[in-house]
Ligand binder design. Structure first.
Ligand code: BTN
Length: 273
C-alpha cells in the first residue's frame, strides 16, 4: 500500500536508505521548480560535486529533448537530475545515457516485474508507449567532459486521463500495473543500479551495458526514418555501438552512425537489416 503523503523522495529519507551512495551525498529537493536540469546545470557550472542530485515534486518548465516540454504534474512521478563528472572524452558522453536508461529498465523490472524496452536515443517504453525520458546535457573542455547532467522523467503514478492529448503516446507504471507504486522505493532502486553501472563504465567494463542495451532496443532490425541534424532519411537499424551511436544501413546500402536525432519507427522488417 502506498501512502501518497509518506511517499516523498525527501533528502533525509533517501539518505537514510542509501547512506553510502555516491548519489545521496548532495541532494537538493524542491516541492516545485522550473526544471531540475536547469538547476543542476547551474550547480555544475558553480562546481557542484559529482553525484549531486536535484529532485522535484513538480516542474513548471520541464524540458524534453529537441526543445520539447516535459509534462511534470505534482507528486505523482519522479523528476530528477544528476551531475556526473566522468573522465571521458566527448564521444563517450552518450554512454552515460545508456547506463541511465538501463538502470531505469532494470529498476522497473525489479520492482514491478514489468518489461520495458529502450527506444534510441533515450526513451523507455512500456507496451508501446513512453513511460520515461532522459535529457542529457553536457559541457566540454579540450575535448573532455567537464560535467554531464542526466535528467530523468519517469511517469510513475500519473493518471494519464489528466492529459488526453498524451494518452496515445504516453503511459505510467501505475496505469499499466493497475495500482500505485512507491516513488521512494523506485528511486532507491534506480540510484543503486546507477551506482553499480557507473562503476562498470568507469572501470571500462562496459560490455554488459552495451550488450543489454542492444537486447533491450526496440528499434534494432526495424525500418525507421532518422531525423538527425535536420536531415531525414529512411534506413534500417543494425545496432547501437559502444558509445551509444545508432548504426544504420541506408537505402543505398551504406552504413553510417548517428550520434543524435530522433527516430520514427516504420513497420517491423527483417529484410535489409
Ligand atoms: C525526453 O524524452 O525528451 C527527455 C525528457 C526528460 C525530462 C526530465 S524530468 C527531470 C529533468 N528536468 C527537466 O527539465 N527535464 C528532465
Amino acid at each position: 500500500m502506498v501512502h501518497e503523503s509518506k511517499d516523498r523522495p525527501l533528502p533525509e529519507t533517501v539518505q537514510e536508505r542509501l547512506p553510502d551512495s555516491l548519489f545521496t551525498q548532495h541532494i537538493y529537493y524542491f516541492p516545485s521548480i522550473g526544471s531540475t536540469n536547469a538547476y543542476a546545470k547551474e550547480l555544475a557550472k558553480q562546481g557542484g560535486a559529482e553525484g549531486s542530485i536535484v529532485i522535484a515534486e513538480e516542474q513548471t518548465k520541464g524540458r524534453g529533448r529537441m526543445g520539447r516540454k516535459w509534462y511534470s504534474p505534482s507528486h505523482v512521478n519522479l523528476y530528477f537530475s544528476i551531475i556526473f563528472r566522468p573522465p571521458f572524452s566527448v564521444d563517450r558522453v552518450f554512454s552515460l545515457n545508456m547506463l541511465v536508461a538501463l538502470a531505469l529498465v532494470d529498476a522497473i523490472d525489479n520492482m514491478t516485474g514489468m518489461k520495458t524496452l529502450i527506444k534510441w536515443p533515450n526513451d523507455v517504453y512500456l507496451k508501446d508507449k513512453k513511460t520515461a525520458g532522459i535529457l542529457t546535457e553536457f559541457s566540454t573542455n579540450k575535448g573532455m567532459a567537464e560535467y554531464v547532467i542526466a535528467g530523468i522523467g519517469l511517469n510513475v503514478n500519473w493518471d494519464i486521463r489528466d492529459k488526453s492529448e498524451l494518452k496515445h503516446v504516453a503511459t505510467s507504471l501505475a496505469k499499466e500495473i493497475g495500482h500505485p507504486i512507491s516513488r521512494v522505493d523506485l528511486l532507491i532502486k534506480i540510484l543503486k543500479l546507477l551506482e553499480r553501472y557507473y562503476q562498470l563504465l568507469l572501470k571500462g567494463q562496459d560490455s554488459y551495458i552495451y550488450n543489454r542495451w542492444n537486447e533491450l532496443s526496440m528499434v534494432i532490425g526495424r525500418e525507421v526514418i532518422v531525423d538527425s541534424l535536420r536531415v531525414r532519411k529512411r534506413a534500417w537499424v543494425k545496432r547501437i555501438d559502444r558509445n551509444g551511436a545508432l548504426i544504420i544501413k541506408e537505402e543505398n546500402g551504406k552504413e553510417s552512425s548517428i550520434i543524435c536525432g530522433d527516430l520514427e519507427v516504420l513497420f517491423p522488417s527483417l529484410s535489409g537489416a
